[in-house]
Design a protein around this ligand. Sequence first.
Ligand code: PNW
Length: 461
Amino acid sequence: DSPEDLLAGLTFPPGFVFGAATAAYQIEGAADEDGRGRSIWDTYSHTPGRTFGGHTGDVACDHYHRYRDDVALMRELGLSAYRFSVSWPRVLPEGAGRVEQRGLDFYRRLVDELLEAGIDPWLTLYHWDLPQALQDRGGWADRDTAARFADYSAVVVDALGDRVRHWSTLNEPMCSSLIGHMAGAHAPGLQDPVAASRAVHHLLLGHGLAAGRLRAAGVESFGITLNFTPMSPATDSPADLDAARRLDGQQNRMFLDPVVSGAYPADVVDDLAAAGAPLPVQDGDLEIIAAPLDWLGVNYYFEQTVRAGARPADKPPTSFIGGENVVELDPEGPTTTMGWGISPRAFTDLLLWLGAKAPGLPLMITENGSAWDDVVDAEGAVHDPERVDFLLRHLAAMTAAIERGADVRGYFAWSLMDNFEWARGYAQRFGLVHVDYDTQRRTVKDSGRVYAEVLRRHREG
Ligand code: PNW
């Protein structure tokens, strides 16, 4: 189908929210300004060998200074909402205790600018940048960090609760815990199954404790954002089926089930105990974690096929506890520059599966997008047909799920603009807007124009 055909076929429910997403460390820069403390991502990115080309978020998109221009760009695209995160070490440089007013003031200015532009702010409290001071005291592997997160949440909601309606506690606790503590490919860069499983539980406990503070503050709505990777077995041999079950358990169900139904999946509990890395659950924790939500944030990028067997030496370390005997297959067909496969069909299936797992819980697509090598042409334009195709096919896949009953209320493209793609540095570009990192010049890509057209048609019916 041509982009025009795909575009013409899209319709969305009335009131559907359209936005774009970013995260503090990926765009803000200004790492040493206004009293900001260090986070685990400052430490990680400044450690030789950790990130592509030694890239760091020190400057990133310089959004801290250019936020007014960036909000103007959002208005130009016609966004009705913007999802961003607050940097914990900007607000509490030591992670706890002393509040840095200048940090809070930045977010107040940003939010006011958004409101003035008619763009609804969707605030995420934690997108991976734990204050280093808390890491030095054990980080997420330490139970106390959950309580510190709740205290930090209370500080932010106290400052911004009068003007931000929609709140999210955590972004992708799977990545913070397992990629950060098991694979070591994200901060804090550990390869320790015991720390990883402790981080899983303490992140979720932190979510539940923060949820209580947000509810008490009377915010209009809040949720949590989880990332999902649908898992399929390579064959229907019992060993491959079991490999897919184990990875689905740790990647998807271990985070979803406690949040929506107050219990870890029994098979995952057994797998982790057998691996010598039990979840450190205490009495009452699961009731806290299962605090009722207003919506579930869903991040979807790709699906994964897996088989049982010894991990070949050329595969990166597994993120999965006890995952040494599971092999991820390379995707079939074209891949993005991240090496991720492309499967809109799996997106439809995921949304229907979530509808069945959590009936009555509205879904917000808080991230979906793709990375490609941008080419800036002689006129300064960026034509990104692959990203246009990815975007339109995934929007169509989402509407297919909505037609079949999935209660999806909104979609945020990842990302508003190219940014610091964590361990992959600036080499991976996910933006609807191109960033020239030498000049900080922003250029709306073809995909950004197509997205603006989708939004315009939706707005004008
Ligand atoms: C998400 N995986 O990360 C994050 O929320 C964003 O900050 C990030 O830029 C974006 O997706 C693109 O990577 C993920 O391996 C990282 O399954 C890794 C995975 C999924 C999401």
